[in-house]
Design a binder for this molecule. Structure first.
Ligand code: GAR
Length: 212
């Protein structure tokens, strides 16, 4: 029997994205959920799914590097094939990112490379953008800048508020993140020298799913 594909998930909050991965019955084992904040709903979700949890409170560390080193130790005990950030709201040190080269992924609520950083839904509304979306990407040393694997794209509706837009984006994130993880777990996707290959073919750009 082959060894199951092992995923460690990092969260900071409500964990709806984590829940979508738990619910997706992927060909993979979630071996640990780690939160940098205590008492968040995402931890309860993991516990209800019988996934082991850890809390590593970043406020009890003196520096980012110190926190990241402790985080790395907990993650490496699990020997993961993939580390998936699910609303993990911390900037990671270069050393940490380099350690998980090719196996660290994130989901970011924008059509990257547009709208890196925080408050994307508000900024999209303020700018009057007709389209919004979310991106699953490999993490590199630059914020929200690694190679993009999969995007969901949807229109901003005239009646949208920041809240309704965020909710619609999240609904699609809950489809694309498990899909991307499934591709990775099945061995269909590889990152080689910063370039994504899918089914052994170099990807010209991300796969984009339109929800128009
Ligand atoms: C998701 O919308 C995700 O795209 C975003 O945080 C939310 C997490 O929600 N991530 C980022 O903004 C990362 N820059 P959740 O805690 O309910 O899964």
């Amino acid at each position: 029997m082959s060894t199951p594909y092992r995923i460690v998930i990092l969260i900071s909050g409500s964990g709806t994205t984590l829940q979508s991965i738990i619910d997706s019955e992927l060909p993979a084992t979630i071996c640990s959920v780690i939160s940098n904040r205590p008492n968040v709903l995402g931890l309860t979700r993991a516990q209800e799914a019988k996934v082991p949890t850890h809390v590593l409170d970043h406020t009890s560390f003196e520096s980012r590097e110190e926190f990241d080193r402790a985080l790395k130790t907990i993650i490496d005990e699990q020997q993961p094939d993939l580390v998936a950030l699910c609303g993990f709201m911390r900037i990671l040190s270069d050393e940490f990112v380099a350690h998980y080269d090719n196996k660290l992924i994130n989901i970011h609520p924008s059509l990257l490379p547009q709208y890196k950083g925080m408050n994307t839904h508000q900024r999209i509304m303020d700018a009057g953008e007709p389209l919004h979306g979310s991106s699953v990407h490999f993490v590199n040393k630059e914020l929200d800048s690694g190679p993009i694997l999969l995007q969901a794209r949807l229109p901003v509706l005239p009646a949208d508020t920041v809240e309704s837009l965020e909710l619609r984006i999240k609904t699609k994130e809950h489809l694309i993140y498990p899909t991307a993880i499934k591709w990775l777990a099945e061995g269909r996707v590889e990152l080689i020298d910063g370039i994504i290959y899918m089914d052994d073919k170099k990807m010209a750009g991300p796969v984009v799913i339109d929800y128009m």
